[in-house]
Design a protein around this ligand. Structure first.
Ligand code: SF4
Length: 324
């Protein structure tokens, strides 16, 4: 299946100054990431804070430009620099915070009619009601003339998704869309995203630190650590048979009512590394329970585990190509 949106070898470095502005450093936020988003599929990017997942989402939304690498929309390269209106129409971003993403002085009618008008679509009550219906805010007349402060966090996030849908995008990038919501209403938002995938054939990138929600929603999972992809594959395979030690730890740290052993505390294995001076070799080696000598000096490349399932780990290099 051809990807609607493809990132090829994306790298993003941020220059930073030291405390006295004397020394310049570089934050290596994302390194050499390749990923494809297909119509009718949810791809989850999973990782802790500082893994580079939100920077990747912002590069794909063209809010920031990559340092190197390329973004392709339906196979055509997207020029560097600010995205044009046509790109924004095809690729929409939903942010984490539904409390600040809607302007409190404007009604829901205003928030939804504005993108419709800007992109030349009918912006009447019927069009707005249809958008509200697609995100299960029904009956629409109960919500259409309300202001953001009159809605719950979950309802605001549904409005933010409806606003993204107004321009009829092919790709929806949802950056931690449920992390600021009560646990009790997260499932409703995930189900809205699942319906959009199933009924409207949207290609969805779901960015999250919560691998359990990725397992629930996603068709494919990409695990990022310290700016790099460490494992990628079909969601079931990655979560039922995780290959990379970091993915295994993430899953052991996630709540699971069926598990009998205690939840692993990821912080107990140390903090994620500095991205100014990332660890040599495998970036996970300071926290990895299986680290070997080679892990400290040489970076592993992605290796096949199964069809469409890869992991970057020397454990599999040893298995596939015993030490020469
Ligand atoms: Fe652990 Fe080594 Fe695999 Fe990295 S390459 S995850 S340090 S075993």
């Amino acid at each position: 299946m051809t990807a609607v949106l493809t990132a090829q070898h994306l790298t993003k470095n941020f220059p930073v100054r030291g405390r006295f502005a004397l020394r310049r450093s570089t934050v290596h936020a994302v390194q050499d990431v390749t990923i494809g988003l297909s119509a009718g599929k949810v791809t989850a990017v999973v990782g802790e804070s500082g893994s580079g997942k939100s920077t990747l989402a912002r590069m794909l939304a063209r809010l920031i430009s990559p340092t190197s690498g390329e973004v392709l929309l339906n196979g055509d390269p997207v020029p560097r620099g600010a995205a044009n209106r046509a790109y924004r129409r095809e690729v929409q971003l939903v942010l984490q915070d539904p409390f600040s993403s809607l302007n409190p002085i404007h009604s829901i009618r205003y928030h939804l009619s504005r993108p419709l008008r800007i992109h030349g679509f009918a912006a009447d009550t019927d069009a707005i009601s249809e958008l509200l219906h697609r995100v299960a805010l029904t009956p629409a007349e109960r919500f259409i003339d309300k202001f953001p402060h009159e809605l719950s966090g979950g309802q605001r996030q549904r409005v933010a998704i409806a606003r993204a849908l107004a321009v009829r995008p092919e790709v929806l990038i949802a950056d931690e869309p449920v992390s600021m919501l009560d646990v009790s209403i997260r499932l409703g938002i995930l189900n809205v995203l699942a319906d959009l995938r199933d009924n409207e054939d949207l290609a969805i990138l779901y960015v999250t630190h919560d691998i359990a929600s990725a397992r629930y929603l996603a068709d494919a999972i990409v695990v990022m650590y310290a700016g790099q992809i460490v494992e990628a594959g079909p969601a079931r395979q990655v979560t039922d048979a995780p290959a990379h030690p970091y993915t295994q730890l993430l899953l052991r740290a996630a709540p699971d009512p069926d598990r009998t052993e205690p939840v692993t505390d990821l912080a107990g294995r140390g903090a994620p590394p500095s991205l100014i001076r990332p660890p040599s070799g495998c970036r996970f080696h300071p926290r990895c329970p299986h680290a070997m000598d080679i892990c400290r000096t040489k970076a592993p490349q992605p290796l096949p585990i199964n069809a469409d399932h890869t992991a970057s780990c020397w454990l599999y290099q040893e298995k596939h190509h015993p030490t020469e």
